[in-house]
Design a protein around this ligand. Structure first.
Ligand code: 5GP
Length: 185
């Protein structure tokens, strides 16, 4: 059974810390083998991918660089608006580079679809995607996700970088909130 202390408002731990870290180690080994000495540019999508990005890059042993983009999120709502805006762009040119987009979660796929369009237009050598979580959703847009940490059911999750109204990002596990905590109970 799960033994972590639960944060206030957390109904259920979906993915505990050892399980997260174990899977990240596997992904890192695959990415090391894939990129070798090509020094990929890992592009973390702020703010949600911060926890995953920092653990993933430290589990990788190849030479690599990092940068970040920020796109508009759902705000305090738990539903996707489908509206995406770049709030912070990359600080370098990616032409000819191998780019690895590091995402926290793919839900409708709209954010990722938009990001990939933007990045492809800048003529990178290639762009691949690693997402920690991917929701099992029939109506998601078909978008490229090369590696997924964990497929999850279509539920709103928090923790390990993911927020509800700005909170819960610091939880070391992925959890489902008590509906009462998000005003839907
Ligand atoms: P999409 O555009 O694929 O619908 O959503 C992508 C973004 O929405 C993610 O990067 C994340 O910021 C946010 N998001 C989607 N599902 C969830 C969720 O279950 N919990 C949280 N906290 N954010 C989510």
């Amino acid at each position: 059974m799960l033994s972590e202390p639960r944060a206030r408002g957390v109904a259920r731990v979906l993915i505990d810390e050892p399980t997260l870290q174990g899977r990240i180690g596997e992904l890192a080994a695959e990415l090391d083998a894939e990129y070798g000495s090509d020094a990929p540019l890992m592009v973390g999508v702020l703010n949600g991918a911060v926890a995953f990005m920092t653990d993933l890059m430290r589990a990788m042993t190849i030479p690599l660089e990092i940068d970040f983009m920020a796109v508009s999120s759902y705000g305090a709502s738990t539903r996707s608006s489908g509206v995406v805006r770049i709030l912070k762009d990359l600080s370098r040119d990616i032409e000819g580079r191998r780019v690895l987009v590091v995402e926290d979660i793919v839900d409708s796929g709209l954010t990722l679809q938009y990001l990939l369009d933007v990045l492809q237009r800048r003529n990178p050598a290639d762009v691949a995607v690693v997402a920690l979580l991917k929701k099992d959703k029939a109506d998601a847009v078909p978008v490229r996700v090369d590696r997924v940490g964990f497929p999850i059911p279509d539920e709103f999750v928090v923790g390990y970088g993911l927020d509800y109204a700005g909170r819960y990002r610091n939880l070391p596990y992925v959890a489902v909130l008590d509906p009462a905590a998000i005003g839907e109970g």
